[in-house]
Design a protein around this ligand. Sequence first.
Ligand code: SAM
Length: 405
Amino acid sequence: MIDRRQLFLGAATASAVVASTLKWQSTEAAEKQMAEVQSHVSGLKGKHPRGVVGRMARLGSLHTEGLYDFSVGFRVVAAQAARTSAGAAFERLLVREGIDPASQITSEQARQLIDKDPEITIASKTWLSSQRIMWKAILDHHHANEDFYLSQMEAADNVGPGKLELVPTMDIPEECCHEIHIQPGGYVGDAFAGHTYHHGTNSFYQGTRGKNDQDEIHKMAANALPIPADGKVRRILDYGCGVGQFTVALKERFPDAEVWGVDIGGPMVRYSHMRANDLNVGANFAQRLAQDTKFPDGYFDIVASYIAHHEMPAQTTLKVIDEANRLTRRGGVYYPLDFNTAGAPTLTPQGMFALWQDHRWNGEIWRLEFSEMDFTGEIGKRGFQHMKDTPPVLRGFGARHFVRV
Ligand SMILES: C[S@@+](CC[C@H](N)C(=O)[O-])C[C@H]1O[C@@H](n2cnc3c(N)ncnc32)[C@H](O)[C@@H]1O
């Protein structure tokens, strides 16, 4: 039997051949080149077994892709309809309970109300189940072929143009270990968290927010980012970078800048690095905490993030803002993009219901407390001047623009 290390040694040569030729291309071109590589390397399927579509590798087997497509289709049609009917059931519940739809309720009141109507729970579970099928399909495939996919990442770890820094002994705070989006293992506990997150969130965008398989939304966000008044953009940080889609888009917009993506998830930055290199984009990635990035004071001209804050406790968000203040040079730009927040609970019953659903049924453990923060106000109190915000790239996402004073 061949062990993983032997496979890796074999794969390194093959990956080098493939990496030099197989950049992220059309499926047809990729499959042609894959066939050429396969004819030289018996038993090894090549870098992306079923090719790539532009910037997105296809899932590695027809079976997995079938399950994934089914779960996405189900989410877009049936589970979305179930969610709508849950909203209607909640509306009826408000009437039954005599609650004014224009009033404000707390998350605890929303929870108690939802508990009174099984239709809401059943509908929400339909949504949850389709998501479970999706995660299972992706993870089962990667675990069943772990030698291949681990070898692929190992082969890329020390290859440029970008750098990768992993800290396998890092003490991961418990608050970062939740299975957000009910993704098994979360961002830190599964070697394929990056592969899984990339495909999984791609399905979320299709379901509710439009197309992002070519990083369209991350590119929009990067292109909307305001630059410092003196025009100097030498170094940029993207914290909570996930699989590096925003980081890559920033490096593509500012090719001469030194661009870093940091994330607590080792598997996330590892995948980010491999993917950025496949795209021939020289962004750097490191496994670090956003509240303790280790970069020198005033190192960055721009500090940015994309939907990281609603996935950390409110207290951590405050620490991260302080760290951003330490890292951003005077006159530099701070641009943390995330959901709008209302400040203290000011949501209508339907608004709170939607938030509660995301919290309870999508594993968004920190979302409620983030939504209750005055995020913009807290940044203003911590050494940044609030400028005119850029238009939101997505409905409900605040693109906040600050300058370090
Ligand atoms: C919703 S994901 C966003 C990822 C990425 N920015 C994107 O556009 O998809 C949130 C990310 O923040 C990371 N994260 C959460 N808390 C963190 C912390 N304290 N320090 C660094 N990364 C953190 C998670 O590991 C996860 O990858």
